[in-house]
Write a protein that binds this ligand. Structure first.
Ligand code: FUL
Length: 693
């Protein structure tokens, strides 16, 4: 060996041993949070008294005997979740109506008092056993709000709540997550008092001491709420977080159920004091609980894929809910969709086109092997590319060796050292030119970009801004198969139907007779008149690729051409928004509740229900909570309401609300808003419809 070679070896060895690891950037995840991050994708099951009362939020006065699943099979839930690629199941052991799925000592309002299995059943036990059998983690949802318990609102209830927690966390083995809901306090049965009980969300539960119970009994369990402490709500129930998503928030400024600005939950806070990553919770159907009328509303594959990329692909975890049905099974349609989704995810990430490829970086920490560029393509999570201290702008180029087609770019930071990257770009080298294909903000534990199909021989990641030297542990590239999105169907007030597809160069076929559209059905060319009650079904077809979208469904009742808002309003100008068939326009009327919205239907109709879509905008306004609904022949004498109640959970989930009642003939209808979720003096309606018989 020559002297110079020896010197080189010595220099390399020296630099390897000398290079110091990057300083962590605070806040950092705890051990239990790191373990939880790895799970990424798991299930929620809403199955409880509401399944049988057909409600979203029960009042607490339900007869325990109503709870009577005919074929309960937690093994089926676990099999479906496992096959779909999920890692655990969180069960609503007790929802707001207070009914307990396990034979608790704390109340009679439980499975013990039901005729199911002669009062000897225990759903939590059955699920814990099934999870063990299938190698899944078990999680527990325990609602703090209890509309059944007579003591709710007093100190005694806190003792009861804690005893329930104790039972659940000591009798069923290891629990990975404890889910505390933010919906708290309001009207309820409360042991027969039937009153409105408000509590102070910040103080009533004495969260500090309540959380200690979880830490003591299940030290590895993460606790979820609007305010963490370990996992935070994502600020919506639609299945997304913002593209910019920090795992940190100023935790002490938050309390469950009283978050001022949901955007803080959707994006996290760049300079947040604590590591509280987001979990995206979303139901596979519109509701959290099973309703037969939602059997045709199970999310489609493109919708589920959007959810995946808008959650896991944006530095969050994904919790998909199954509204288990009255048999006690995950419904066939939900199973079919979630398995399709699992297959599609496998197909999207089948072959990592960057694996083992050569990489180079503009800066490597201490010029060392330990932090070399190649570490991002070596398939090992423990190795990372990092730059020297103070170098927060740097590029890493992956040489694919040949022209390669891809449409997914996946990148990960080593979060054990904190979340650091604030801004990055992705460029591709095609036809001898570098071209920017993405300019984005945060990365975090995992960021996946969906790109148009791109052919390139090299790919370059540039960190444009970072809290400190970037530490990138992994980059992957994939070519995901094309998935066609179902078209959007809308109808104007006068009955003109439009069907719009999101992709170019495709055809749309539709039916009006309820049958499934095929290539032989009518081809959609232009908007057409549909003056009657009808169901429109449509698909998008890409004949070149021989692919079809899922079926889109438009359910329309009578045409609204004769409808008018009757009565005096401050904002008459925009009142038409509620019949325009466009969910993105909203009529906001100022005034104190109770506030009446009267509609003249222009003819006598047999009204058997109504549908209300609240404001869909980002800062939505005037969402109605308690309501009464009236039908009248003359618009003067209204009699008793034909229907009244609450739009349960409408605040967190502002989806179409549908209420049905005995058919009543009338020309005038009146929706009386008794209260709104924000208790401000506005009401907002994006769309309004009736159901006729
Ligand atoms: C909400 C609850 O009010 C819903 O009923 C549901 O349980 C959802 C997951 O959380 O806040």
């Amino acid at each position: 060996m020559k002297k110079s070679q020896l010197l080189l070896i010595l220099v390399v060895l020296f630099s390897c041993t000398q290079v110091t690891p990057p300083e962590p950037v605070l806040p950092l995840p705890s051990e239990r949070q790191l373990k939880w991050h790895e799970l990424e994708y798991y299930a929620f099951v809403h199955f409880n008294m509401n399944t049988f009362s057909d409600m979203e939020w029960g009042m607490g006065d339900e007869d325990p005997n109503l709870f009577n699943p005919t074929k309960l099979d937690c093994g089926q839930w676990a099999r479906v979740c496992k096959e779909a690629g999920m890692k655990g199941i969180i069960l609503t052991a007790k929802h707001h109506d207070g009914f307990c799925l396990w034979p608790t000592e704390t109340t009679n309002h439980s499975v013990k008092s039901s005729s199911w299995k002669d009062g000897k059943g225990d759903v939590v036990r059955e699920l814990a056993d099934a999870c063990k059998e299938y190698g899944l983690e078990l999680g527990i949802y325990l609602s703090p709000w209890d509309r059944n318990n007579p003591e709710y609102g007093t100190d005694k209830y806190i003792e009861i709540f804690r005893a329930q927690l104790h039972e659940l966390l000591t009798n069923y083995g290891e629990v990975f997550e404890v889910w505390f809901d933010g919906a708290n306090g309001g009207t309820g049965y409360y042991g027969g008092a039937n009153e409105n009980r408000k509590i102070d969300n910040k103080t009533y539960y004495d969260w500090g001491n309540t959380r200690k119970i979880v830490r003591e009994l299940q030290p590895n369990a993460c606790m979820f709420s609007d305010a963490g402490p370990d996992i935070r709500w994502c600020g919506n129930e639609e299945g997304w977080v913002r593209e910019t998503n920090w795992s940190s928030i100023n935790r002490d400024d938050f309390a469950p159920g009283v978050v001022d600005d949901l955007e803080d939950l959707r994006s996290g806070q760049e300079d947040g004091t604590h590591w509280v990553p987001a979990e995206v919770d979303v139901s596979i159907r519109p509701g959290w609980y099973y309703h037969k009328y939602e059997d045709h509303k199970v999310k489609t594959l493109p919708q589920l894929l959007d959810i995946y990329y808008n959650s896991i692909g944006r530095n969050a975890s994904l919790l998909i809910n199954f509204p288990v049905d009255q048999r006690g099974l995950i419904h066939e349609r939900d199973e079919e969709q979630v398995l399709k989704f699992g297959e599609a995810i496998k197909a999207d990430f089948e072959k990592n086109l960057a694996a083992g490829k050569k990489s180079e970086a503009t800066n490597v920490r201490g010029n060392s092997k330990k932090y070399q560029a190649a570490n991002v393509t070596d398939g090992q999570a423990e190795t990372s590319w990092a730059t020297d201290d103070g170098v927060i702008q740097a590029s890493l180029t992956i040489d694919l060796g040949e022209e390669t087609e891809f449409n997914r770019f996946l990148v990960q930071e080593d979060i054990q050292l904190g979340q650091r990257v604030k801004k990055f770009t992705v460029e591709t080298f095609t036809d001898n030119n570098w071209k920017e294909v993405a300019s984005q903000t945060t990365i975090g534990r995992k960021r996946i970009l969906r790109l148009p199909n791109t052919v390139a021989s090299m790919v370059r990641l540039t960190i444009v801004d970072s809290k400190a030297c970037p530490v990138i542990s992994n980059i992957e590239l994939y070519k995901a198969p094309k998935v066609l999105v179902e078209p959007k169907i809308s109808r104007t007030k006068n009955g003109l139907v439009s069907i719009e597809g999101a992709d170019n160069g495709v055809d749309i076929y539709y039916t009006l007779d309820g049958t499934l559209p095929t290539l032989q059905s009518d081809k959609y060319e232009n908007p057409f008149m549909l003056p009657n009650k009808a169901v429109v079904k449509a698909i998008v077809v890409d004949s070149e690729e021989q692919k079809e979208s899922p079926v889109a469904l438009g359910e329309f009742d009578v045409v609204k051409s004769k409808w008018q808002v009757a009565g005096e309003y401050k904002n008459t100008e925009n009142a038409e928004f509620i019949f325009d068939g466009n969910p993105n326009t909203t009529w906001i009327e100022a005034g104190t509740t109770p506030l009446d919205v009267i509609i003249d239907l222009g003819e006598t109709l047999n009204v058997a229900g109504f549908k209300y879509l609240p404001d869909q905008r980002r800062a939505n306004q005037g969402i109605i909570f308690n309501y009464e609904f009236y039908v009248s022949q003359n618009g003067k004498s209204w009699g008793n309401p034909v229907c009244k109640g609450e739009f349960s959970n409408i605040k967190n989930s502002p989806v179409w609300q549908k209420k049905e009642f005995e058919a009543t003939a009338g020309r005038y209808i009146k929706l009386r808003a008794l209260s709104t979720v924000d208790e401000k003096n506005n009401i907002g309606i994006a769309e309004f419809d009736i159901i006729t018989k």
